[in-house]
Design a protein around this ligand. Structure first.
Ligand code: B12
Ligand code: SF4
Length: 564
C-alpha cells in the first residue's frame, strides 16, 4: 500500500452559474445569500464554506493525500497529472453531472486511477450507470476509507482544524474569516420523512466526538492553529447528546475559555437543557427546523415555538428557523399562511426550502409508491426551483420557483435585514446577561452543573466565568455596531428604518454613545455597501437575481513525502 497517493476533491466550479453541468439559482456556494438572506440585497452577508468532509477524510487515513477544494476544471485536470493512484470525489445529488464529467475524464485520460465516490450524491439510484467508479461510500466515510485502504477502521478520529468560510463580506467589505468548523457527528435518529441527512446514515447518529473533552480539544486545536474562538458545529442535533454538551461546559469553565458556538438543534432538546445552560455554554446562534404550522413531526409537538424563539433572542441567541414549502397540504392560500406563520415567529433569519424527496428517504419511497415523482434530471434537485414531484395543488414550475422567492422577499420586508436582527439580539443578550449576573450575585444564586440551573447557595462567589462570557458577548455586540448605519440607510422600508434607528438607540443606552471608530467603520460600510448596491443594480438590469461570487480554490497536502 506504500505507493498509494490519494486525491480528495470537491466538484469543479464555477458554482451558481448555469452551464452544461449544474444549475445557477439555488446552487451558489453560499449558505446565507443562497438559502437564508436571499433577496436581502446589500444587507446579505456573503460567505462560502469549504468542503469539510475532504479535510476530515484526509486527516484520518495514513496514505499520502492531497485535498483539492473548489478547483476550476483546469486545476482539476492539471492536478491529475501529478501521479495519483486514487481520486475520491465528494458531491451532492444536484452536482451529479459534474461528478460524471470528472470521473469520465479520469477514465479516459488516466485509466489506471481508481475512482471513489462519497457524499450525498451517492444516493443517486443506479449510480454505476451515471458516474463511473471503482468504489462508493454510501454512509460514514472515515471508517469506510480506512477499511478501503486496509487500515484500522476504529482508530481514534483526529479532528482537523478547519477555517469556516472561504471568504466573508459584509456590506461589500471584506472581513477576516476566523471562525472554525467542528464536525462532531453525522446523521440523526429522528428519521423525519424527508430528511436526507437522517436516511443517508441509516437513521442513526454517528458521533465523531463522544465526550465534551474531545470537543474542547478540537476547539483548542483550532484556536492554536487558526486563532478561532467561534465555532460552527456541523451536527444535526448537537444537544441531543446532553452529557457531551455538559462536559464541554465543564471544560470551558475549567480552562477559562469563553468560546462561542453556532449549532443546529431541534426545539424539544432546547427546552430539555434550558436557556440558562445555552447562554453559559456560549451558544451564539441556533438553527431550528420549524417546517410548518401543521407540523406533524415529533420534534415540535407540544412546544410553543414562538415563545421559545423570543426567549432565545432575549438572551442573546440568534435564531435561524427553517421552513418547508410545498408540503402536501399546501395550496396557494395555505402556503402563504404558512409563510406568514413562519415569519411571524420572529426569528433573526429564515431558510425556506422546497419539500424535496431525495432518493433513499422515506418521502421519496412514498411518492414513488404513489407514482408522483417527476422525471426531471437530478441536476434540478436542489430545492430552490421546480419541484421534482407532482404537487397536488401547485403545479406550475414557474409559480413554484416564484413562491419560494416571494417567501424570502416577505421575510425581508417584514423582519428587515437578518444582520440587523442579529445585531439587536446581540445587544439585548449582552444587557440581559450582565443584569442577570448582577442580580444572581446579589441573591446568592450559583450555577449548579447537575440541575443546569442557578440555585441559592450559602457560599456564593463571584461568577468569574460568566464575567468572561459577558465580555465576549459585549465584544460581539461591539463588532456588529458599525452595521447599524448601513442597515439604516439601505433599509427596505419604514419599519426596517425604525428598527435600525431603535437599535442605534438601544446600543447607545447599553454601551454609551458611538465613538469615532464606530462612526468611521459605519461610514466605510456605507461606502462599500453603496458600491455593492450599484453593482447589484447593473446585475439586476442584466436580468440576474443577484451577484454570484466564486470561492477560491485551495490545495492542501497531507503526509506527502518532501524531497531534500
Ligand atoms: C455545509 C453544507 C453546504 C455548504 C457547501 C459546502 C461545500 N463545500 O460543498 C453550502 C452552505 C454552500 C451548501 C450549499 C448547498 N447545499 Co448543502 N449542505 C451542507 C451541510 C449543512 C453540511 C455538509 C457537511 O459538511 N457535513 C459534514 C460532513 C463530515 O458530512 P458529509 O458531507 O456527509 O461527509 C461524510 C460522508 O458523506 C462521507 N463522504 C463525503 N464525501 C466523501 C467523499 C469520499 C471520497 C468518501 C469516501 C466519503 C465521503 O464521509 C464524510 C464523513 O463521514 C449539509 C447537511 C448536513 N448536515 O450534512 C447540506 C447538504 C449537503 N446540502 C444540500 C444541498 C441540497 C445544498 C444546495 C443545493 C442548497 C440547498 N438547497 O440546500 C447547495 C448546493 C451548492 C453547490 N453548488 O454545490 C443537501 C444535499 C442533498 C442531497 N441528497 O444531495 C444537504 C444534505 C442538506 C439537506 N439536508 O438537504 N451546503
Ligand atoms: S430532526 Fe432534523 S436532522 Fe433529525 S431527522 Fe428530523 S429533520 Fe432530519
Amino acid at each position: 500500500m506504500n505507493s498509494i497517493k490519494l486525491l480528495l476533491v470537491s466538484v469543479f466550479g464555477p458554482f451558481g452559474v448555469r452551464d452544461d453541468y449544474a444549475e445557477g439559482n439555488g446552487m451558489q456556494m453560499e449558505l446565507l445569500n443562497n438559502q437564508i438572506t436571499r433577496q436581502q440585497g446589500v444587507h446579505s452577508p456573503r460567505q462560502s464554506y469549504w468542503s469539510f468532509p475532504l479535510y476530515l477524510l484526509a486527516e484520518n487515513v495514513s496514505v499520502p493525500a492531497t485535498v483539492l477544494d473548489f478547483p476550476t476544471w483546469e486545476e482539476f485536470t492539471r492536478e491529475l497529472e501529478k501521479g495519483y493512484t486514487h481520486v475520491g470525489i465528494t458531491f451532492i445529488v444536484p452536482n451529479v453531472l459534474k461528478a460524471r464529467r470528472m470521473a469520465e475524464h479520469i477514465r479516459s485520460k488516466h485509466p489506471e486511477i481508481k475512482i471513489i465516490l462519497g457524499g450525498f450524491g451517492t444516493m443517486v439510484p443506479a449510480l454505476e450507470t451515471v458516474v463511473p467508479h471503482d468504489g462508493v461510500c454510501d454512509g460514514e466515510g472515515v471508517e469506510w476509507l480506512r477499511r478501503y485502504f486496509g487500515e484500522d477502521p476504529s482508530a481514534p478520529i483526529v479532528h482537523p482544524a478547519i477555517i469556516g468560510p472561504a471568504y466573508e463580506y459584509i456590506y461589500g467589505a471584506k472581513t477576516p474569516t476566523k471562525g472554525s468548523i467542528l464536525l462532531t457527528g453525522v446523521g440523526c435518529n429522528n428519521a423525519c420523512e424527508f430528511c436526507a441527512t437522517s436516511f443517508k446514515f441509516g437513521k442513526e447518529y454517528v458521533p465523531f466526538m463522544s465526550t465534551g473533552a474531545q470537543v474542547f480539544d478540537a476547539c483548542l486545536k483550532s484556536e492554536k492553529e487558526l486563532g478561532s474562538r467561534g465555532f460552527t458545529i456541523i451536527d444535526e442535533n448537537f444537544l441531543k447528546k446532553p452529557q457531551r454538551a455538559r462536559e464541554l461546559l465543564t471544560q470551558l469553565e475549567a480552562q477559562e475559555k469563553a468560546y462561542v458556538f453556532d449549532i443546529f438543534s431541534s426545539a424539544e432538546v432546547i427546552t430539555d437543557v434550558g436557556i440558562d445552560f445555552l447562554v453559559r455554554l456560549g451558544i451564539h446562534m441556533i438553527w431550528i427546523g420549524v417546517e410548518s404550522r401543521a407540523n406533524t413531526h415529533a420534534k415540535l409537538r407540544d412546544i410553543d415555538i414562538g415563545k421559545l424563539i423570543a426567549q432565545l433572542q432575549e438572551n442573546g441567541i440568534s435564531v435561524i428557523t427553517s421552513g418547508i414549502l410545498f408540503l402536501d397540504h399546501h395550496d396557494q392560500a395555505t402556503i402563504r399562511e404558512d409563510i406568514e406563520w413562519i415569519i411571524g415567529l420572529g426569528s433573526d433569519m429564515t431558510q425556506f426550502m422546497n419539500y424535496t424527496p431525495f432518493p433513499c428517504t422515506a418521502l421519496y419511497a412514498r411518492l414513488a409508491g404513489e407514482g408522483r415523482l417527476k422525471d426531471i434530471h437530478y441536476r434540478f434537485h436542489h430545492g430552490a426551483g421546480e419541484l421534482n414531484w407532482n404537487h397536488p395543488y401547485i403545479v406550475d414550475p414557474k409559480e413554484q420557483a416564484n413562491l419560494l422567492k416571494e417567501a424570502f422577499r416577505r421575510k425581508y420586508e417584514v423582519s428587515g435585514p437578518g444582520i440587523l436582527n442579529m445585531a439587536i439580539t446581540a445587544i439585548r443578550g449582552y444587557a440581559k446577561a450582565e443584569a442577570n449576573r448582577t442580580r444572581r450575585e446579589a441573591e446568592s444564586l450559583v450555577w449548579n452543573p447537575e440541575s443546569l440551573r442557578y440555585e441559592k447557595s450559602d457560599h456564593a462567589a463571584d461568577d468569574a466565568f460568566m464575567r468572561q462570557r459577558i465580555r465576549r458577548l459585549q465584544k460581539i455586540a461591539l463588532n456588529l455596531r458599525p452595521i447599524l448605519l448601513p442597515a439604516l440607510l439601505f433599509a427596505p422600508n419604514k419599519a426596517s428604518r425604525m428598527k435600525a434607528w431603535n437599535a442605534m438607540r438601544l446600543y447607545g443606552k447599553v454601551l454609551g454613545s458611538a465613538g469615532p471608530g464606530v462612526i468611521l467603520k459605519g461610514l466605510f460600510l456605507v461606502f462599500t455597501g453603496f458600491m455593492e448596491q450599484v453593482k447589484l443594480w447593473f446585475r439586476r438590469a442584466s436580468g440576474y437575481e443577484d451577484i454570484v461570487l466564486q470561492p477560491p480554490s485551495r490545495r492542501v497536502e497531507y503526509r506527502i513525502p518532501r524531497l531534500g
